[in-house]
Write a protein that binds this ligand. Sequence first.
Ligand code: 5GP
Ligand code: MG
Length: 176
Amino acid sequence: MIQLHDKQFVPFISATEIDFAIKKMVAQIEDDFFDETPIFIGVLNGSFMVVSDFLKLYKKPCEVSFIKLASYEGTSSTESVKQLIGLNQDLTGRSVIVIEDIIDTGNTLEELKNLFKQQNVKHFKIATLFFKPEAYKKDIKIDYVGIRIPNKFIVGFGLDYDGLGRNLPEVFQLKE
Ligand code: 5GP
Ligand code: MG
């Protein structure tokens, strides 16, 4: 068991299981994009670790870049505008594969899809290491899923609780 801030977490997904899931995603994407040079886009902060492991296993030509989503409070308290930070590359005609750490409600994914709509890409695919089907509220297809998990809060492997836990090499779950 570990303690982060005021909360306790118990082991949930081992480094071996994570490695297996990433290898599976790599194999699928290598197959689907064997004749292309895809550009992988990691969504910071959470995805830095999965992107790193993914790329070390990906043996075909590829590029990588990172973006961050920024939400700005609008004039009214409910209004929030998301922006892409760090996308300073022309993606016209490119095969873009976004790599996410986790997809929960799908709100972030929907924002990303809308933001990338204006980029004239050839393919736009979504890969996520973790996916919570019970929490997912959107109709957007998720192309590559590493591990489906129940609707529980997890930390580790890039994911944090209030800043802590990103460095953990395996995943922990909030203790009930
Ligand atoms: P969404 O609800 O938009 O699909 O998920 C948005 C973000 O919530 C994720 O990118 C991630 O930062 C955070 N998130 C969702 N579920 C979890 C979780 O179980 N643990 C942690 N640490 N973050 C989560
Ligand atoms: Mg994320």
